[in-house]
Structures are given as structure tokens and as C-alpha cells.
Design a protein around this ligand. Structure first.
Ligand SMILES: Cc1cc2nc3c(=O)[nH]c(=O)nc-3n(C[C@H](O)[C@H](O)[C@H](O)COP(=O)(O)OP(=O)(O)OC[C@H]3O[C@@H](n4cnc5c(N)ncnc54)[C@H](O)[C@@H]3O)c2cc1C
Length: 432
């Protein structure tokens, strides 16, 4: 039976998180604004402020909660993680304070799943401890959604691999201690078995950041999504993460989690926008009445609450399904379509809810004096990151149609006259 209730002890943790995020993480958002700063280990003031907050999170047993016990985390499961991520989603700094910021979370997962003991000691432990940050280097300038177009390659030269090629939009590469790079190693294999993953220290000779792309609202020189060229970058043979030709499998292992975790946090972000929307609706007057007394304004609130509740239930059901798979009660793959649905619904609901909250605030909603404009700038980022919405819609529809049998005749199997003819044969007395 589907059940999203939690025991009182865990509810107490959620309550602690809610006030800690509001009092401390949202305060960090104000004191240290911007995206890159969260990953910048050299920003001494932000790091000094962060350390005691992280210590409090660790003392509560809430650090790196995305990892199960077999991967080194507390292992609360996905439903509880969803409830926690809803709270974290309200603040930009909160995931960093709680050790659950992307892309490090996904990188931790694949290191824990596919890393050798040596790789885990060198990369996973400091990443889990929050001492370093990392980048995931997969997308290429000529091919984003479709990895079969990737050309960045690694060729064997004695006891080294030599990486050559370009990557695009690699988040936080400029701040990273290491990068997980996907490169073609087995060009003659079938398309999804051509690439392998490599752990590459970011200070390795030959890594050239051509530029750091800035997104909406960011100054051009503060971008944190790198366009990278790997100029004959040499790494030892043991830098490979996983099997030769297994890069696609490694990538898939991290992307599913990334997608649903973004959706969980988006629920919190939408809730914060709705909180602002309803407060504004009862605070501001126009034409002699409160905004919230006008029916169009009521519609903005009602539609937002309905859509958010739908998204929240979908995300929780997806989380519950993943927990059931982990427990061996549902088959592997049972969550695939639900994750795609969550990813698509998240982008739409974020777009609509945050847009409506901005509308309710009028000109103020466009300024940097509330979080709404920054949230708005992040809407499309979440629509593209981890694969664009359209690719997920398309994959979902294909998956649903895969085993459907075409109708045998000219008309659909659910064609009323055809069915009525069959019914009349069964019950000739029913009609005159
Ligand atoms: C904020 C952000 C952070 C990112 N961080 C990283 C990172 O750290 N590392 C990394 O490797 N990559 C990263 N990316 C890149 C991301 O993975 C790609 O943007 C994504 O895979 C889409 O690729 P593309 O941008 O080249 O778009 P394209 O693949 O060119 O797609 C453009 C459009 O074509 C359509 N389309 C594409 N495929 C399909 C399909 N199958 N069916 C229907 N329509 C389709 C969609 O409308 C889509 O929006 C990041 C992206 C963003 C926005």
C-alpha cells in the first residue's frame, strides 16, 4: 500500500530542517548570493560561515542523505529524501549545507557504485566530506541529448589513456578538484557500448577551459558552465571508472537520481513561490479590494496549488516506487516512466507557478528584490539539465506504446457501433 507518512522521530527531524533552512540557509542566500560561490573552495568568508552549519547538519544525522548505508550515507530512502528535499528546495545554499548539491551527489553515487577502493579513497571520501567539489563532463558542443553523437575520445598509449576532444556546459568545472569525463574508447562497439568514464584531476596538463558560459541573469564573467577542450590529456590506466565501454551505464546510473532529486527540490521552490503569492494576494489592494478578492488573482492561487499538489504526489509516488525496487518488491525499471513524468511535470509546474507568483507581485516580481526572478531564471535550466523535457516526453510515449497491439479492423477496438453489435448478439432481447 502506498504510504507517505513518517514516524514522529523523523517528523521532528523535518521540523528541525524547516526552521534551520529558513533561519540559516536562506540567510546564506542573502549573505553570499550567486551560483558559483557555493562551489568555490577559495571563497574564505563563505567557507568559514558554512563550516559550523554543516557541523550542525552532521550532528543531526542529516548529512549526504541521498546515499544509502551501503554507499556511506544514512539511508533514509527516497520517500523521506523527497520530504527532506522539499525543504531544501526553498534555498539555493541548502543543498550545499546538507551535502546534497548536484552534480556532486550523482558523482558520489557513481563513485560509490563503480569506483575501486583506491578511487573511493582519493575522490569519494573528500567529496562526501564536502572538502572538494567535482564536475561531470559528458555533453558535447555538437551533441547534447543524444550521446551516440559524442566524439571526445580516449586512446591507449602504453600505460596511459590520452583524452582528446571537447565538452560543453560542464557545471562547476572551474571550481572542481576532478572531473568525470565520458570518452569514446571502443568505437567499433554498438553505439551505447562505445564510451568509458575517466576520473581526471582538474589540474592535469592539457585541460583548457575555453570559456565559462553564464546563464540568464549572471554577469558574463561569473558563468560556471564550462566549454572545455581536452588537449591530449594523459591519465593512468586506473583512471577508468567502471568497465571499458561501460560509460553509458555509469551515466544512466546517476542521471535517474539527479532527475528525481531536482523534482523533489522543485516542489519546495514552488511552495515558496506560492507562500509569497498568497501573502501578496491578501496584502495588496487594487480597485478598492484586496488582490485576492479579484477572481483572476484567485485563479492564479488555485491553479498553482492544484498543480503543485499533483506534482508533489507524482514525485512522492516515484520516490516510493524506487524504495520498493530497492526492497525487491518491484522490478528494476518500474520507476523509469515515473521519473520521466516527474521531470516533465516539474519543468511545467515550475514555469507556471513561478510565473504566476511573479505576476501577482507585478513589477516587484521582476526585480532582484525577491527570489522570484532568480527562480524564474532557473526554470529553463531545470528543463534542459539531465536531458531536455521533449526527450523525456518522447521516451515516455514510446515506452507506453511499445507493447500496444494495433486495432485489428478499420475501427478502434473501443468503437461504440462495433461493440454494440457484439453486445446485441449477447443480449438480443435487450433492444426492441
Ligand atoms: C543548467 C545546466 C547544467 C548542465 N550541466 C551539465 C554538466 O554538468 N555536465 C554535462 O555533461 N552536461 C550538462 N548540461 C547539459 C545538458 O545535459 C544538455 O543541455 C542536455 O542534454 C540537452 O542537450 P543540448 O543542450 O545540446 O540540447 P539539444 O540536444 O540540442 O536539444 C535541443 C532541443 O531539441 C529537442 N530535442 C532533443 N532531443 C529530443 C528528443 N529525443 N525528442 C524530442 N525532442 C528532442 C528539445 O526540444 C530540446 O530542447 C547542463 C545543462 C544545463 C541547462
Amino acid at each position: 500500500m502506498i504510504n507517505f507518512t513518517v514516524e514522529p522521530e523523523f517528523q521532528a527531524k523535518l521540523d528541525w530542517m524547516a526552521s534551520f533552512v529558513r533561519d540559516e540557509c536562506e540567510t546564506m542566500d542573502l549573505l553570499f548570493p550567486g551560483q558559483g560561490i557555493m562551489y568555490d573552495m577559495e571563497h574564505t568568508k563563505a567557507r568559514a560561515h558554512l563550516k559550523p552549519l554543516r557541523d550542525q547538519v552532521k550532528a543531526q544525522g542529516l548529512w549526504a542523505c541521498h546515499l544509502g548505508p551501503h554507499l556511506g550515507g544514512p539511508g533514509y530512502g527516497q520517500v523521506k529524501l523527497a520530504l527532506m528535499n522539499e525543504i531544501l528546495g526553498r534555498s539555493s545554499w541548502a543543498p550545499t549545507v546538507f551535502g546534497t548539491a548536484a552534480p556532486d551527489t550523482g558523482n558520489m553515487e557513481i563513485l560509490a557504485m563503480f569506483g575501486t577502493e583506491g578511487q573511493k579513497a582519493k575522490y569519494l571520501q573528500p567529496l562526501m566530506d564536502g572538502q572538494i567539489c567535482s564536475a561531470f563532463s559528458m555533453t558535447e558542443p555538437q551533441g547534447g541529448s543524444d550521446p551516440t553523437h559524442f566524439t571526445c575520445k580516449a586512446t591507449r598509449d602504453g600505460d596511459e589513456w590520452v583524452i582528446e576532444g571537447e565538452k560543453w556546459f560542464i557545471s562547476n568545472a572551474r571550481y572542481s578538484a576532478f572531473q568525470i569525463v565520458m570518452a569514446v574508447t571502443n568505437p567499433d562497439n554498438p553505439p551505447h557500448a562505445r564510451m568509458s568514464m575517466f576520473l581526471v584531476d582538474s589540474d592535469t596538463a592539457g585541460i583548457e577551459i575555453i570559456r565559462n558560459c553564464a546563464v540568464i541573469g549572471e554577469p558574463a564573467d561569473e558563468g560556471s558552465h564550462a566549454y572545455i577542450r581536452y588537449n591530449a590529456v594523459r591519465v593512468p590506466l586506473d583512471a577508468m571508472l567502471g568497465e571499458p565501454g561501460g560509460g553509458f551505464k555509469v551515466a544512466q546510473a546517476r542521471l535517474g537520481g539527479g532527475r528525481i532529486h531536482h523534482a523533489m527540490r522543485s516542489v519546495g521552490r514552488c511552495q515558496r513561490a506560492i507562500d509569497m503569492m498568497v501573502e501578496r494576494a491578501v496584502s495588496r489592494q487594487t480597485r478598492g479590494r484586496k488582490l485576492g478578492d479579484h477572481q483572476f488573482a484567485q485563479g492564479l492561487v488555485a491553479d498553482s496549488v492544484i498543480e503543485l499538489e499533483q506534482l508533489r504526489l507524482l514525485v512522492l509516488k516515484t520516490a516510493w516506487t524506487i524504495d520498493e525496487i530497492e526492497a525487491g518488491r518491484l522490478p528494476n525499471g518500474a520507476a523509469r516512466n515515473l521519473i520521466a513524468m516527474s521531470k516533465v511535470a516539474m519543468a511545467k509546474v515550475l514555469h507556471d507557478v513561478i510565473g504566476r507568483a511573479q505576476q501577482m507581485h507585478g513589477s516587484l516580481g521582476l526585480t532582484s528584490e525577491t527570489w522570484l526572478a532568480q527562480f524564474w531564471a532557473g526554470v529553463q535550466a531545470l528543463a534542459f539539465a539531465d536531458g531536455p523535457t521533449d526527450a523525456h516526453r518522447s521516451q515516455l510515449a514510446r515506452s507506453l506504446m511499445k507493447d500496444v497491439v494495433p486495432s485489428p479492423g478499420l475501427f478502434p477496438t473501443d468503437h461504440s457501433p462495433t461493440r454494440l453489435a457484439v453486445a446485441m448478439k449477447r443480449y438480443p432481447e435487450a433492444r426492441g
